[in-house]
Design a protein. Structure first.
Length: 684
């Protein structure tokens, strides 16, 4: 035992000594340490993991940070100077890592309180390092408490003016009146959502409680809200009977109760009165413009409104059969009221969803016409604006969709639908990682409790992806694990987790093995095929890359798909290395066309690789310098840009290193600004 302990200490001490010898060398990483220790990279990874419970890259970073702490205590250098002295090329990244390691920023070292408690903090942190990282980071997110099962959730304070409207109960002996009672609930929810001073949980989150034995405190805890609205009603001829109460969750006590017995003709006045009295009871600020929206009648024709309410139940099922059942009812509504904006908007949205997965679009004109009429008759209605935004998404004019969605969020600041579409746009079609994360966080707040585990798994997957893209890797790992807990069958979560773990440990071989394992489950997965090929490519294993790229391109061509055009330059280089010059030239031509047509923030980075391939080194560096001015690009760029064999020709240029460093610095500076802004908006 003593010999084993001595050997362990000797190995770790030797590794630490070698890292300290290269302390100021930012490029001294896992591979360099393995070479210096005269052992293979895989053996080094295993030995460090076994003896320290850290990955090799984490171990190296910890040695650098310990030395930084020692220098900071001496007080002879600034934080910026020390960050470079211990091998961090970016001061902002150094501050981020230091905060994660010690629980406070380096600027606090030397203050009396920190000096006195540093040893306690460090020992405690080393013992509970990973739980603390997750807890400190995720405790900042207001929604974190509700993203865990009751057993392991963190107790977060509830947002003061947060509310959920539970499904109303039908007390009529006539079950056909259920649609009418549901309509009363929908109207109450919709009116409350227009008040920005409140956080109103989405209908998808409350639908699961339609038939439940859970009590008010338990439901409120699961939804992380301070208030719940309960209602029951019935329709008897032309009379509406409605019992409604607002319950304070902390005391399980009604703070406002009302009984309504009115004629159907007064239904809109009843709905408006409910919203205003609930807002008043919880002291929510209602602006004049919000009051105007609440008091606006959707239609003057009660028969049109009746058909509209009948359409909502199948419409919200959002299945092909449900939409096909809802459409004739919405059409009857506009037949009785040709100026019924909400009905027109829902018709456009219904046809959009029927067409969304069709290769040959059938309903473009109908979506255009109905969304146009919805805006014509009510341009200040969020659903009208959503319908028009979806038309532009249908026609792939994504930037035209944005102003409609942003305006819709002004009229309905609690719209989970708007937030979800904005999140999709900023992730896939108009890349902006900061906005993607913002709307992903908002979406979790509003759609806080999906109907089933699959829905929850998707919500966590989206949030994890947004966090990973913005460099919040520890938080991303927490949420991707939650996604897999709720839905182990999700095909995309393991894929994302592989890259999150790679961001943490830098082990490309491990990442490649994990993705090959996923590919074995479905050998036609084009997303994973090209990723496995790419990892071989990054390792300059062109024979291995060719095997997977060949399968990828064959399936892509057979299916007539125009996907992953940004990867065609890599494919071109691989085919060139395999001696397939003509095919390589074809792929590079396609890539060049993609670069010319690219309107995203990644265009200059793509052009830099294009020029590097063509041997135009100065032009490539200029494009790289242009990319260094871009904001909110994905963290994956930082991880893989320098590993791309295409960029090698640019590395000889005297301005290359400085330009790459500016790209890194800009990313981490933007991440720090993003953290600050999200905190101000109550999202972090």
């Amino acid at each position: 035992m003593s010999n084993s302990s001595t050997n362990t200490a000797s190995f770790i001490e030797q590794a630490e000594a070698l890292i300290l010898q290269q302390l100021g060398n930012e490029q001294f990483g896992v591979s360099e340490l393995a070479d210096a220790m005269h052992m293979s990279r895989s053996n080094l990874l295993r030995k460090i993991k076994k003896q320290t419970k850290l990955s090799a890259s984490q171990f190296i970073r910890q040695v650098r940070l310990k030395e930084a702490m020692a220098q900071l205590k001496e007080g002879s250098s600034t934080v910026s100077e020390i960050s470079y002295q211990v091998g961090f090329g970016s001061t902002s990244y150094f501050i981020k890592c230091f905060r994660e390691q010690y629980g406070y920023p380096p600027g606090e070292v030397g203050k009396d309180m920190v000096v006195e408690t540093e040893k306690v903090r460090t020992n405690f942190f080393e013992r509970y390092r990973w739980p603390l990282i997750a807890t400190m980071s995720l405790a900042l997110i207001l929604v974190a408490a509700v993203l865990f099962n009751k057993k392991d959730e963190i107790n977060e304070p509830k947002i003061e003016k947060s509310i959920a409207v539970l499904p109303f109960k039908n007390e009529s002996s006539d079950s056909t009146n259920l649609y009418f009672v549901n309509g009363l609930m929908e109207a109450a929810l919709y009116n409350l959502q227009k008040i920005e001073d409140m956080r109103v949980i989405s209908r998808t989150s409350v639908e699961k409680y339609r038939k439940t034995d859970k009590g008010i405190p338990e439901i409120a805890e699961e939804l992380n809200v301070s208030y719940l609205v309960e209602g029951s009603g019935q329709r008897v001829g032309n009379q509406v009977l409605l019992n409604i109460q607002l319950i304070e969750a902390s005391t399980d006590t009604p703070i406002w109760v009302e009984q309504y017995n009115q004629e159907v003709v007064d239904i809109f006045a009843l709905q408006n009165d409910v919203a205003k009295k609930i807002a008043n009871a919880i002291q929510a600020l209602v602006t004049p413009s919000e009051l105007e929206q609440i008091e606006k009648k959707p239609t003057e024709n009660l028969l049109a409104y009746d058909y509209y309410l009948k359409a909502l139940d199948p419409y919200y099922r959002n299945t092909k059969e449900g939409l096909e059942e809802a459409i004739p009812l919405f059409e009857k509504a506009v037949e009785y009221d040709p100026q019924f904006a909400l009905a027109y908007a829902n018709l456009a949205i219904s046809y959009y969803h029927l067409d969304i997965h069709q290769r040959q679009k059938q309903y473009t004109n109908l979506i255009n016409n109905y969304s146009d009429k919805a805006l014509l008759y009510d341009s200040k209605n969020d659903v009208s604006l959503i319908s028009r935004a979806l038309y532009y998404m249908h026609t792939e004019e994504y930037r035209l969709a944005l102003p409609h969605l942003e305006k819709a969020l002004e009229y309905n600041p609690n719209s989970a639908d708007v937030v979800q579409v904005l999140s999709l746009l900023y992730n896939s079609y108009i890349p902006d990682t900061a906005k993607y994360l913002k709307y992903a966080l908002m979406g979790v707040q509003l759609n806080i409790s999906a109907n089933d585990s699959v829905g929850k798994g998707y919500i966590y997957l989206t949030l994890s992806n947004a966090l990973a893209q913005t460099g919040f890797i520890n938080e991303a790992l927490e949420y991707i694990n939650k996604s897999l807990e709720y839905d182990p069958t999700n095909a995309y979560a393991p894929y994302l987790k592989t890259y999150i773990e790679y961001a943490e440990n830098g082990d490309m071989e491990q990442a490649k093995t994990a993705l090959i394992k996923e590919l074995e489950k479905d050998s036609t997965r084009l997303d994973i095929l090209q990723e496995v090929a790419k990892l071989h490519y990054f390792q300059e294993d062109y024979d291995g890359a060719y095997i997977y790229y060949k399968r990828f391109t064959e399936i892509r061509d057979k299916r007539g798909l125009n996907i992953y055009p940004q990867e065609d330059a890599k494919i071109a280089l691989v085919y060139e290395k395999m001696g397939l010059k003509e095919q390589a030239a074809h792929f590079f031509r396609v890539y060049s066309e993609y670069c010319e047509n690219d309107e995203s923030l990644y265009k200059s980075a793509s052009m830099a690789l294009r020029y590097a391939y063509e041997g135009k080194i100065n032009a490539g560096i200029e494009q790289l310098k242009a990319f260094a001015l871009q904001d909110h690009f994905q963290y994956w760029i930082l991880l893989f840009l320098e590993k791309d064999p295409l960029i090698k020709p640019l590395q000889k240029h005297p301005e290359y290193e400085e330009t790459i460093q500016r790209i890194k610095d800009r990313f981490w500076d933007n991440q720090e600004k993003l953290r600050t802004n999200l905190k101000k908006e109550g999202l972090l």
